[in-house]
Design a protein around this ligand. Structure first.
Ligand SMILES: Cc1ncc(COP(=O)(O)O)c(C=O)c1O
Length: 445
């Protein structure tokens, strides 16, 4: 034992040591919300209550919780091959999962590079984009273009191309050579749109302005979330993504879709790229890849990008990038079992089938107090509240706390309530989620 006496050691249930991520630590520790178990659509709290999961954890448990096939795959893999070096060695399940991913990805995505999170997938894709441009003789293309209100994880590349001020402002100068397109949120024109809003495709033309400003020969890639999630669910206006694709293709700029939340059935298709009929050059994904159970992320790329690196002597490493835990056996086993579960239970199709019911239920909240917009796509929903004057975020956060007390899990960002239930949700549970949210909204000050 260290110099600290036994008496001074923290008790196991002491909450001080754990510095919680993206959490109001002091508020939480005064009134903790502890989850101790989960099954299917529900969490169980430490005080023995069942909470209906309206957020699939953090947009990740798309098949619901503690699914037996995924649990067993992890247990079996841990007992058979716990870890294999990720560099210069392989194991079968990483190859199998890569094949399975490109099989469900949009036509043209032919390779998968593994990492451990959405943030790492974004860093990986940005690095591949710049290195690819250099590999094809376009080394002056180093600039990266993101979008206002974009969320691409928390690492330096991701917060640089991201557009959420609180995630950026205290972290210094970030990456240089980054610019941002305007966001697509037009509440004045599009409030209460059901599905894709009508107005805003022309916002994509701002990319032309940025290209004119910097010159295409300096720009490597554009990265966007097809549906912006963390910033409060912004659904792409009709025609917007197609226009972005056209501008990128015209100027030799790579288009990266960050599908960390939209991947794996969330929009009613395997990927949002398929849903919207727009194929990017790279897709970043994570979360639902293992049903959120084991950390894993991936970058899917075209053959053109991959093959540009496959030159030079065959004994040399082609891309100096990777993680100790890139495609570990346990994560790969979890990923395969997760894709099996999605396929066997037809969960992507189920999300598409349920989407109209979900939309109607959500939009029934339009007459509730404080509601200024409702947005939906697939099994994604947002209810935007009028902020309390001088106290931004306070009203929605109160809704989150009240919802938890009333037995439903929602998420809030700013004054926006976001929901993304597991794709196994039933119509009765949609009614319960929305009905409880109605009670919560009605009780808010
Ligand atoms: C679009 C997007 N990109 C990246 C990330 C970061 O993922 P992670 O938290 O796994 O690093 C998220 C997380 O919510 C996300 O929504």
């Amino acid at each position: 034992m260290s110099e600290r006496s036994a008496a001074s050691l923290s008790a196991p249930n002491d909450l001080r040591a754990f510095w919680m991520p993206f959490t109001a630590n002091r508020q939480f520790k005064k009134a903790p919300r502890m989850l101790v178990a989960a099954e299917g659509m529900h969490y169980t709290t430490s005080d023995g209550r069942r909470i209906l999961d309206g957020t699939a954890g953090l947009w990740c448990c798309n098949a619901g919780h503690c699914r037996p096939a995924i649990t067993k795959a992890i247990q079996d893999q841990a007992a058979e091959l716990d870890y294999a070096p990720a560099f210069q060695m392989g194991h079968p399940k990483a190859f199998e999962l890569a094949n399975r991913l490109v099989d469900i990805a949009p036509e043209g995505m032919e390779h998968a590079f593994f990492c451990n999170s959405g943030s790492e997938a974004v860093e990986t894709a940005l690095k591949i984009a710049i290195a690819y441009q250099r590999a094809i003789g376009q080394g002056s293309r180093t600039r990266l273009i993101g979008r206002e209100r974009g969320y691409h994880g928390v690492n330096f590349g991701g917060i640089s191309v991201g557009g959420i001020v609180n995630n950026r402002k205290v972290f210094g100068t970030l990456l240089t050579g980054v610019d941002h397109m305007p966001h697509t949120h037009l509440p004045g024109k599009n409030a209460f749109s059901v599905g894709q809003p009508e107005h805003g495709a022309e916002i994509a033309d701002e990319l032309e302005r940025i290209v004119t400003l910097h010159d295409a020969s300096t720009i490597a890639a554009v990265i966007v979330e097809p549906v912006a999630g963390s910033t409060g669910v912004l659904i792409p206006p009709k025609g917007y993504l197609k226009r972005l694709r056209e501008i990128c293709s015209k100027h030799g700029i790579l288009l990266i879709f960050d599908e960390v939340i939209t991947g794996f059935g969330r929009t009613g298709a395997a990927f949002a790229a398929e849903k919207y009929g727009v194929v990017p050059d790279m897709i970043t994904c994570a979360k639902g890849i293992t049903n959120g159970v084991i950390p894993m992320g991936a970058v899917l790329t075209t053959a053109a990008i991959h093959d540009a690196f496959m030159t030079g002597p065959e004994n040399l490493i082609e891309l100096f990038h990777g993680y100790t835990y890139s495609g570990t056996p346990i994560a790969a086993a979890a990923g395969i079992a997760t894709l099996d579960t999605y396929r066997e239970e037809g969960l992507f199709e189920r999300a598409a089938d349920l989407a109209p019911y979900w939309a109607e239920a959500l939009h029934s909240l339009r007459d509730c107090p404080h509601v200024i917009d409702i947005r939906n796509e697939g099994l994604i929903g947002a209810v935007e509240l009028e902020p309390i004057p001088g106290q931004p975020t306070a009203r929605a956060f109160q809704a989150f706390l009240d919802a938890y007390e009333k037995g439903i899990m929602i998420r809030t960002t700013g004054d926006i309530i976001a929901m993304s239930p597991p794709l196994i949700i039933g119509k009765g549970q949609i009614d319960e989620l929305v009905g409880t949210l109605r009670d919560v909204l009605t009780g808010l000050k």
